[in-house]
Design a protein around this ligand. Sequence first.
Ligand code: SF4
Length: 83
Amino acid sequence: MPYTRALLESSPKVSNPSHTRLAAIPGRPPNLADLPRGCAFAPRCAYATERCHHERPVLEPAEETGHLFACFNPLPLRAASPS
Ligand code: SF4
């Protein structure tokens, strides 16, 4: 899902040159005691739509066996893999 991809892109990679800046996810994590109405990641997700801000996605089975996801705009598997 888009937010997972952003998390993976913010991880350091051994193959990157020294002092390479990490990709940052703007904003702050949601307050777990006061979650937003829609998807908890919507305020920080680059792929969020109006629907994401008003509805909470439910878990659905992914193409891969044993995996679940909850996202209105899932990325294709190839795009979700870290480079
Ligand atoms: S449901 Fe919307 S806000 Fe949540 S991760 Fe998916 S695209 Fe982003």
